[in-house]
Design a protein around this ligand. Structure first.
Ligand code: MF3
Ligand code: CO
Length: 260
């Protein structure tokens, strides 16, 4: 069941998204070799609470963090830990914030110091594919048009697309219908309508698309342990067009010329 949002509800999702984006901007200040992923998690949690929000992932089905931490071969759902970031790592931080009963969801993959240009290209391609997906979202078109735009963009550049994890609708709940896969055919799936709020989140691999889940039941990795990159925006369909409710502008302000 897809819940179409009123303009007032979209305003509330947008407010949650704004806090989500500002929080990732705070996390960006701390990305450096030697910083533990638990430190990043604490920074995010405190910033959200200081600004009247709730960390929506913390405790969700038992998840132990505010941020999902995705270092190198981790696709999604890694735990914050005492792991200290190393020069050459990439680290994704995926965040859902609740504000006034509505959710915002965004993810950004950061480079830690100098990173192999091949890995940077993976990150750039994953990020660009997110915007390709957003461009494909028009009222009257279908979810499959978004999926196909992401898949085509990445596979044409030699990367593979994770299939087991998808984007999703969002609103009062973190996960609502419809599912938003990052692969598939044009013209299939739900029709996009004004009032829909969805999260588009490509998870793109350097090697094969296959994944495994660790014994902790959560941490999802590439099966070949090659790097993977993940970016996510929450969008709303308004006046027949996609309105991007989260933003990476706070991150780019912090990173300046290190923004990838
Ligand atoms: N941010 C993730 C998503 O995009 C959800 C995190 S799963 C959780 O769907 F359990 F950690 F909350
Ligand atoms: Co999401």
């Amino acid at each position: 069941m897809i819940y179409l949002k009123t303009p007032e509800e979209i305003r509330l999702v947008k407010a949650a998204c704004e806090l989500t984006s500002r929080t990732l901007g705070e996390v960006a200040r701390w990305i450096a070799p030697g910083v533990t992923t638990r430190k990043l998690d604490t920074i995010a949690r405190e910033f959200i609470l200081d600004n009247g929000g709730k960390p929506a992932c913390l405790g969700y089905q038992g998840f132990p963090g505010t941020l999902c931490i995705e270092v190198n071969d981790v696709v999604v759902h890694g735990f914050p830990s005492n792991y200290a970031l190393r020069e050459g790592d990439i680290v994704g931080t995926d965040l859902v914030v609740e504000l006034d009963g509505f959710m915002g969801d965004s993810c950004y993959t950061f480079a830690v110091g100098d990173v192999d240009p091949k890995v940077l290209d993976l990150c750039r391609t994953a990020k660009e594919s997110l915007y390709e997906g957003i461009k494909a979202a028009k009222v009257g078109r279908r979810i499959g048009d978004i999926s196909n735009a992401v898949q085509t963009y990445c596979e044409h550049r030699g990367y593979s697309v994770v299939r087991e994890m998808t984007g999703h609708g969002i609103g009062r709940n973190m996960h609502e219908d419809p599912e938003v896969p990052n692969y598939g055919r044009r013209g299939i799936g739900a029709v996009l309508r004004n009032g829909m709020c969805i999260c588009i989140e490509p998870m793109i691999n350097m090697g094969s698309r296959n994944i495994t889940i660790d014994a902790d039941g959560w941490t999802c990795r590439t099966r070949d342990h090659k790097p993977t990159a993940h970016y996510e925006h929450t969008i709303a369909m308004v006046d027949d067009e996609p309105q991007v409710l989260t933003t990476f502008d706070y991150i780019s302000e912090v990173l300046q010329d290190r923004f990838i």
